[in-house]
Structures are given as C-alpha cells and as structure tokens.
Design a protein around this ligand. Structure first.
Ligand SMILES: *Cc1c(COP(=O)(O)O)cnc(C)c1O
Length: 394
C-alpha cells in the first residue's frame, strides 16, 4: 500500500479520543498577541475561565491549574494528598488506570489493585468487599478513571461513592475525568469526589498543555499532612501566589481559548452536551454491531451498562491488524482514528466521539472506517453506516 498521503482538500476528520477538534471560535480566541498575565485586561479572562471550569466540574470548592498535560495533574493529585508508604486502591480499567498506578508506585506509595476484566469492567460487589475488609482504614485513597479512554469503558462513579458510604470507609475519592469532563455527566460535589484530574485537550476542545485538579475541603485537610515531595504542583505554594491557583507564567492564550470553550459548553447547556455525546456514541455502536457480522470487528466493551459515550474501542478479528485499518483511513480518507495502547496495540482501534462533533462529522468518520475495512480486506458485515443513519434519523 502506498504510504504517501494524498493531498486532499477539506478538513482532516479527527476521530481521535484526544486531542479533539478545536472549534473555530476557540481557534480565534487563541489567536492573539501576548499580554502580561497581570494586565487588568487579562485578569477577568482568567477569572471567567476559572469560574467556567468550576461550573463544568460542578463544584464550588477548590481548583488548581498547571502548565502540563494530564499526567501533571495526576502527579499533583498524588503528591498533594499522600505520604510515602501510604496505601491506595486503584480500580483497574485499562491502560490509563495501570499508568496512574505505576506513577503512584514510583512515588513510593503502596498500590493495591481491584483487578478487573478490561472488557467487562470492575465488579462493584468486589469493591465493597475490599473496602469492608479494610477495617483499619489503611486505604487512604481510591483512584478511579471515570472514562477509560484506552478501552472505551465508563466506570459508575455514583456506585463507587455508594460503596465507600455503605462501608463507612473514609478513603479519599480520586477521579481521573480527563476524557469524560465536558462529555459525560460528572458531578464533583454531589458525588463527594475529593480530587478530580482534568485536562484541556479532550472534552474542553483546547490544545494540549493545561491540566487541573478540583479538590474538596476534605482533600485540602488531607493535603496539610501529605508529605510526598512536590514543588511546581504544590497547592499550599499556589495559595500564596497572586492567582491562588497557578505557579509560574500563565499560558494566556490558552486561557482566552478556555474562556471561549466553557462559553460554548454553557451556551449548549451541559445536559444537551451529554445527550449529544450519548446520541453520537450510540450511532457509532450501531455501526460497529453491524460490522461485527461475518466475524468482523466488534465492540471491545462487552458490558452495555459501562459503554463509554466519548470513545468506542473496536476489537479486530483474530489475524487482522488494527494498524492497517488506521493507515488506510488516514492515507486514503484523511481520517485520524485512535490506536490500541500498550498491550492492545494492533488489536483494537478507537473512534473518538467527544468534543466538537455533530452527526455528519461522525457519519463521515464511520464511512471512512467502513471503506477502510473493505480496502484492508477485513471481513465485516456491510451496512454499518446505514444502521448509524437509521438511528440518528429515527
Ligand atoms: C488522555 C488521558 C490521560 C493522559 O493525559 P495527557 O494529557 O496525555 O497527559 C490520562 N487519563 C485519561 C483517562 C486520558 O484519557
């Protein structure tokens, strides 16, 4: 197959689960000259963007921001809340839960894992049993990836909160919401989440590079005793700076973009944003379910109550390479799909359907995938895009 990219006109269809499409109005907001971050013209931009992030997090508590991708906010969440030797419980969901756990171990934390089948998801009864067995309350924090971007699975945060409450367990509740915030229903205060990890380049439709943590009052109290080493990410030090939530040079352009992206989310209304993601995700799943005929590619997630509405992972039939499908989609049709991460490399591909997307954009990506399956000689059921259209027009 030719590896030269056709010089086609039109936009690249970006069906990657992060980064995501940047809306035109956000691109325009970003496009401006430098300004001093203490300038009276910039300060209200910062404040409005900041207030917008709190609305999207659905919190009235604390938020701290970093010039870093999501990994930085992960590091902030662990180092600000925990001390060397502390035990934490990570609920396994896939690549991102494994990486967060690896980061915790590298900081000297004792990591317990609630193991789970990546296709079916963690068992909430097993979580309750584990929490109930910890009568000494050694587990200081429970860490959960709300939406496992690597496998296309959503974890039920209210059920996890309920397991903590039912067992009377005082552990801090830490949630990675990087690929769910601004796409899936998420309520920091209502679900009593103590630390939320978020990033700019997924549901917030911005370039990569800004990440943040929402922190509860309980989290701030735990922070007072947390002895892990930190400097740039230190919340106490941030509290002493003018902005109370940021150390170092503020990325002013990103804040202009952030103010616009939260305005877009406000304008559409979060319930409508979530409903749109559910609709586009269901259309994608309908297409995949048709492709699964004839021993074709199928949904990686086998548990319908855990389907992710922001990304769908698709498992290739035995003996077929997901990278070949991605290559055809990219080279022939200028469609960018997500690949398999870590051990799932070559075995799955992922269609991101989060952020600035509508029906024809998703149908365009699905059409390209269906054509790529044909061209790459992958067996599949024909008519997946029809099924998606039937659903969307229904
Ligand atoms: C993208 C992602 C990350 C990593 O974020 P970076 O910005 O790439 O550092 C972590 N967790 C989840 C769930 C993600 O989707």
């Amino acid at each position: 197959m030719s590896t030269t990219i056709q010089k086609v006109r039109g936009r690249q269809f970006f069906a990657n689960p992060g980064p995501t499409n940047i809306p035109d109005s956000v691109l325009r907001a970003l496009d401006r000259p430098s300004i001093d971050f203490n300038d009276p013209e910039f300060v209200p931009v910062y404040d409005e963007a900041f207030a917008g992030v709190k609305r999207v997090l659905q919190t009235s508590q604390h938020v701290f921001m970093y010039n870093a991708s999501g990994h930085g906010a992960w590091e902030a969440s662990l180092t600000n809340l925990l001390s060397p030797g502390d035990t934490i419980l990570v609920i396994e969901s896939g690549y991102f839960s494994v990486e967060w756990a690896a980061m915790a171990r590298s900081h000297g934390l004792d990591v317990q894992v609630l193991q789970a089948d990546w296709r079916h998801g963690a068992d909430m009864a097993a979580l309750r049993t584990m929490l109930a067995a910890d009568t000494a309350h050694a587990i200081r924090a429970v860490c959960v990836v709300h939406n496992e971007t690597a496998t296309g699975m959503m974890l039920p945060l209210p059920e996890i909160r309920a397991a903590l409450d039912a067992t009377g367990h005082p552990a801090l509740f830490l949630v990675d919401t990087i690929s769910s915030l601004g796409s899936l229903d998420f309520r920091m205060d209502e679900w009593k989440i103590d630390c939320v990890v978020g990033g700019s380049q997924k549901g917030l439709m911005l370039p990569t590079g800004l990440s943040f943590t929402g922190v509860s009052d309980k989290g701030m109290a735990a922070h007072q005793d947390a002895k892990l080493k930190r400097f740039y990410f230190d919340w106490t030090m941030m509290g002493k700076r003018a902005q109370k939530s940021f150390i170092g040079t503020i990325p002013v352009n990103i804040f202009y973009g952030l103010r616009e992206s939260v305005r877009l989310l406000d304008e559409e209304g979060l319930p409508n944003v979530f409903a749109r993601h559910t609709r586009l995700a269901e259309a994608t799943r309908r297409a995949v379910q048709v492709w699964a005929g004839n021993n074709g590619p199928r949904l990686y997630c086998t548990n319908p109550s855990r389907y992710s509405d922001s990304v769908t992972a698709i498992l290739m039939p035995e003996g077929y390479d997901a990278e070949a499908v991605r290559r055809v989609a990219r080279m022939r049709f200028n469609v960018s799909l997500g690949g398999g991460l870590g051990v799932l490399g070559g075995k799955i591909f992922r269609i991101g359907h989060l952020g600035d997307l509508n029906e024809p954009m998703v149908l365009g990506a699905l059409s390209a995938v269906e054509m790529a399956l044909r061209i790459a000689g992958v067996p599949h059921g024909r008519g997946g895009v029809d099924a998606a259209m039937d659903f969307l027009a229904g």
